[in-house]
Design a protein around this ligand. Structure first.
Ligand code: COA
Length: 326
């Protein structure tokens, strides 16, 4: 048994901040952000929440798969920005959808989270533990972003993406995942506050300690990503005896255009095999891969039989790649 994606969905906030608007908050420019990252604008939650976006993305994935919520037996939400600590976001999504037969839990794998969620759901399906799994990446990173720090606030955005995985007879591809806790200090966050400083009221006390927002050594993370992601992709192709020319798409975590370009170059693959939408959404952490997959699906870019490599990297540090057949 293995999992195949039967449907996808996504949901992003309607409020958009472009680079020019951001330059009102911090000393930056559209030119700098575009050139160094590729990001042009990002969607920021005003009334949306991690759960509301996750539920809407999940509802759309169910619709696209033609399945009812009652048929779900697993809901897995990957997030680092859940609205509350308890109950978990997956249980809240269950409630919103009326998926009364599902087992629900969250997973914190940061920007590798969707790859880890896919692998976990696939293991459940391959093991016969469940038949229909809804996997969702949903993030409200604006709540965790220091809007006074130009080194980070230009990068991130909010949104959710979902995929409906169904167990069928077929080949299971072995994933590749790695972690290096020794290097965890490159990307940290001490705690969470429900204020993003743009669309919600700022708590002045919380702004006095930068550690309560995302802290990042951008250059270290950049170097880690451009070294480890191509290695993981080569490794996953190798252990599954798949040639690069058999891969139709590389759907990478959308962090920075230059990272994607570097990975394509190191693999000696055309950039056209690496679709991107980070210009529109910024880095949405565990939502970025399913958001992109859904966009590709809706545009009709995905054909039956296509081999797709998903690749993620991020805080932890964590990174990995997995192969799926459309
Ligand atoms: N606008 C204008 N100037 C900026 C700026 C901004 N938003 N951010 C930094 N700068 C300045 C710096 O102060 C520095 O100035 P200096 O030369 O006078 O000291 C200069 O630009 C270069 O800064 P640097 O940090 O070396 O830039 P960079 O090319 O490494 O780009 C990132 C910074 C954050 C865009 C880049 O490191 C990156 O994308 N890293 C990976 C981050 C990531 O993907 N994180 C998530 C992982 S899941």
């Amino acid at each position: 048994m293995t999992g195949v994606i039967r449907g996808t969905g996504s949901c992003v906030p309607s409020y958009i901040i472009d680079n020019n608007a951001l330059s009102q908050f911090v000393d930056t420019s559209d030119e700098w952000i575009s050139e160094r990252t590729g990001v042009k604008r990002r969607h920021i939650a005003a009334k949306e929440t991690t759960v509301s976006m996750a539920a809407e993305a999940g509802r759309r994935a169910l619709e696209s798969a033609g399945l009812s919520a009652e048929e779900l037996d697993l809901i897995l939400v990957s997030t680092i920005s859940s609205d509350v600590i308890l109950p978990c976001a997956a249980c809240e999504v269950q409630k919103e959808l009326g998926a009364s037969n599902a087992t629900c839990f969250d997973l914190n794998g940061a920007c590798t989270g969707f790859v880890l969620a896919y692998n976990t759901a696939n293991a459940y399906l391959a093991g016969g533990i469940c038949k229909n799994a809804l996997i969702i990446g949903s993030e409200c990173l604006s709540n965790l972003t220091n809007w006074h720090d130009r080194g980070t606030c230009i990068l991130f955005g909010d949104g959710a993406g979902a995929a409906l995985l169904q167990g069928v007879e077929g080949r299971t591809y072995r994933p590749v995942t790695h972690s290096d806790g020794e290097k965890g200090s490159a990307l940290t966050l001490k705690s969470r506050h429900d204020c993003n400083g743009i669309t919600k009221e700022i708590n002045p006390l919380s702004m006095t300690d930068d550690a309560y927002f995302m802290q990042m050594d951008g250059q270290s993370v950049f170097k880690f990503a451009v070294r480890k992601v191509p290695e993981a992709i080569r490794e996953v192709l190798d252990i599954n005896s798949i040639r690069q020319e058999d891969v139709t798409w590389y759907v990478m975590h959308q962090a920075n255009r230059r990272i994607v370009e570097s990975v394509a170059k190191k693999l000696n693959e055309p950039l056209e095999k690496f679709p991107m939408n980070l210009q529109e959404y910024g880095n949405t952490s565990s939502a970025s891969i399913p958001l992109l997959l859904d966009e590709m699906n809706r545009k009709g870019m995905l054909r039956s039989g296509d081999l797709i490599v998903l690749a993620g990297f991020g805080a932890g540090l964590t990174w990995g790649a997995t192969i799926l057949q459309w």
